[in-house]
Design a protein around this ligand. Structure first.
Ligand code: GDP
Length: 360
């Protein structure tokens, strides 16, 4: 699938750069163009591999918006024309989809990405997706509250929102902050493989996935998740039937970008590896297992030929918003918002709080 990427804010820019670099290193050529937009100049200056665009200079003078996502929204609204014209030539007729990438818990990306998605939808006929990063549970309440509002808005605007929970792909015992680099690498590999798997590959069989299958899986809208797992392939193709089942199970149950999200409207299972190591029977069995597990009748499957001695399973779920993890996160965001409001209210106002009824 040919994509144009636009990262908003610090996390958005860093992840966009990783994705563009991974795609180039692997020679996939799925990423057609990549742009990072930010109100903080130093964050843009640390990027080397993508084009950059500073916004809001008249308001914040290149210093960013702190954690103020309402200001992030305003700045994107004011400078939207500048950003859209910066995209000319990047969203060429060759792109099958646009991905707007952002950390939802901060300021510029949290507030700006939904505005950008909204405006892109007015201009382009191709799907506009969001790649949104949720704050980990240990991040502060401002991050949780910001991410709740941002997620609600971006999910309304985007054709689908692929969610990555910052708690899901970091190693045990490691602090989230220290682990960003490693998480970003994992995002780049997994999402990069998804982009590339929707690419036509010359000279291989018809079971290869194409971009319309990725788009059709995401057509359910709402929240999407991505899971991945791999294992060393065996010489023996019968052994590989078992391996394909194992990696498909791990990808959905433990390797997913949003933990405990297994109910979905649609799914795509891509098995990556050397074509001769991929057992047809195993792929079909894993696809049927995925149907049972997700409760979806729309499970697509295909291969992704890759020179590797491992077999990998990539599982994309569409319409996965009925997940316990999402519910947990929204509850966390609501609580954080209420706590913040309590702090802001003048104690004297408590006596006029109309949630408590007067006696007469
Ligand atoms: P912004 O620049 O104002 O948009 O704010 P950030 O992009 O720094 O957004 C903060 C949120 O993104 C927090 O919830 C962080 O957990 C997350 N975040 C920041 N940097 C990274 C990163 O490099 N990788 C990942 N995965 N998350 C990040």
């Amino acid at each position: 699938m040919k994509v144009a990427l636009i990262g908003v804010g610090q996390a958005g820019g860093k992840v966009t750069e990783r994705l563009a670099r991974f795609d180039a290193d692997m020679g996939f050529e799925a990423v057609q163009g990549a742009l990072a937009v930010n109100s903080a100049k130093p964050d843009l200056q640390s990027l080397e591999f993508v084009d950059t665009q500073l916004i809001g200079a008249d308001r914040v003078n290149g210093h960013g918006v702190g954690g103020d996502n309402e200001l992030g929204t305003e700045i994107m609204q004011s400078d939207i024309q500048q950003v859209l014209s910066g995209l000319d030539g990047r969203v060429t007729s060759r792109a099958d989809a646009i991905f707007v990438v952002a950390g939802l818990g901060g300021g510029t990306g949290s507030g700006g990405a939904p505005v950008l998605v909204h405006n892109l939808q007015q201009i382009y006929d191709i799907p506009v997706y969001a790649l949104g990063i949720l704050p980990g549970q240990n991040e502060g309440s401002l991050y949780q509250a910001n991410a709740g509002r941002s997620l609600k808005t971006i999910a309304r605007e985007a054709d689908a929102t692929l969610l990555i929970d910052n708690d899901s792909w970091h190693e045990q015992g490691e602090s989230v902050e220290g682990a960003f680099d490693r998480i970003n690498d994992k995002i780049a590999q997994r999402v990069g493989l998804l982009f590339a798997s929707g690419e036509a590959v010359d000279g291989v069989g018809e079971s290869v996935v194409d971009s319309s299958e990725v788009i059709n899986t995401l057509r359910a809208g709402g929240i999407a998740t991505l899971g991945y797992a791999s294992e060393v392939a065996s010489e023996d193709s019968a052994d590989n039937i078992r391996t394909v089942m194992t990696v498909a199970r791990q990808a959905l149950l433990t390797g997913t970008s949003l933990p405990n999200a297994t109910t979905a409207d649609s799914a795509l299972l891509v098995i990556a590896g050397k074509p001769e190591a991929i057992p047809r029977k195993g792929v079909e069995k894993a696809r049927r297992w995925l149907e049972d597990e997700t409760g979806s009748m729309q499970v697509r499957g295909g291969d992704f030929p890759l020179e590797s001695d491992r077999l990998g399973a990539l599982v994309l779920l569409g319409g996965a918003e009925r997940s316990a993890r999402l519910e947990q996160f929204m509850a966390r965001a609501r609580e954080a918002k209420e706590a913040e409001e309590r702090e802001r209210t003048d104690p004297a106002e408590e006596l006029t709080d109309d949630r408590v009824e007067n006696l007469f």
